[in-house]
Design a protein. Sequence first.
Length: 342
Amino acid sequence: VEVQKTAGARVRRPSPLVLERWASTEAPVRRAAVEAMKNTGPMDPAYLDLLAAHLTHEDVLVRRAVLDGLKGCAPLPLSLAAPVSLLLQDTDVYIRRGALLVFKALGPAASGHTDVVYSLMADPDVYVRGTAVEALTALQALPSILAVLAGLGRSDVNVRRAAVEALLQLGPTAAPHGPAIAGLLTHPDVHVRRAALQVLLGLKAGLSQHVTAVARGVQDSDAEVRRLAVEAIKDCPSAGAEYIPDIIARLKDSDPQVRRMAADALKRFGPTASQHAPAIALRMEQGDVQTRRATIEALKHFGAAAADHTAAVVDRFRDPDPFVRRAALEALRYLDPAPVAH
């Protein structure tokens, strides 16, 4: 066995005899055989059955070595799911993590074991819980991931972050779970709120169903959440029209990205927002360069309904920024062609 440990790195496959030594009644022999196997790197799938036969070995180091060996036997057969699921209750933390990694490798085909994988969210080890989230992601168990996010408070930050990453990876497949995702918009963790908004934005046509929940994000303490909420309302020009006053209020936001998104949203609403033109016109003088420009473009989209603000737009010809001046000239063509001709 010691010779095989030395040679393993060169031959890249253990002798079946070495694997059989895992069954030795002598602990030193078993452990030397385990080390020999580790030195060989990825396992040949031909040894899969021999590895699987030791999944329930009494020696914890052998069980760990089996799980390490399975990592190199891709693709793994679904037949491993049942025996590996038993290791999720192992007393050894490394065994539990290794078993979860096997389920991660098995992917959606092993979704029938979602419940037992989810049970590891109650594991006392934070790394096991984090790996359980990764496995649930691979199993495409979105309801379980949402339950993880909804069920955790301010503790377990790393697990929440793993669940957030899982949520972002699932993309459009999250559509049937829109209400549950919208419910995360009040979560105490800002990263969860951001992720929920990003997922809802990806739903496109289904976003309008959740505009009421999304609109609450316009008042969020986090600038990125406010920006995403305004963007989401912008993408719902019909359902989001009642929140135009909230978007106008964001033209005074402390964050420039939020201000720009608010001005951009008002352009999308067009004539629907024209009754708010006086409040919008004020920002032509008070905002930063990009906000002034976007505000002028918003008035342009109101057309003749914003004609009362033609003089204010003309004043922007003296703006220090050339792009703002150019936007003002272009807007006049829509508000009132007469001053342009003059």
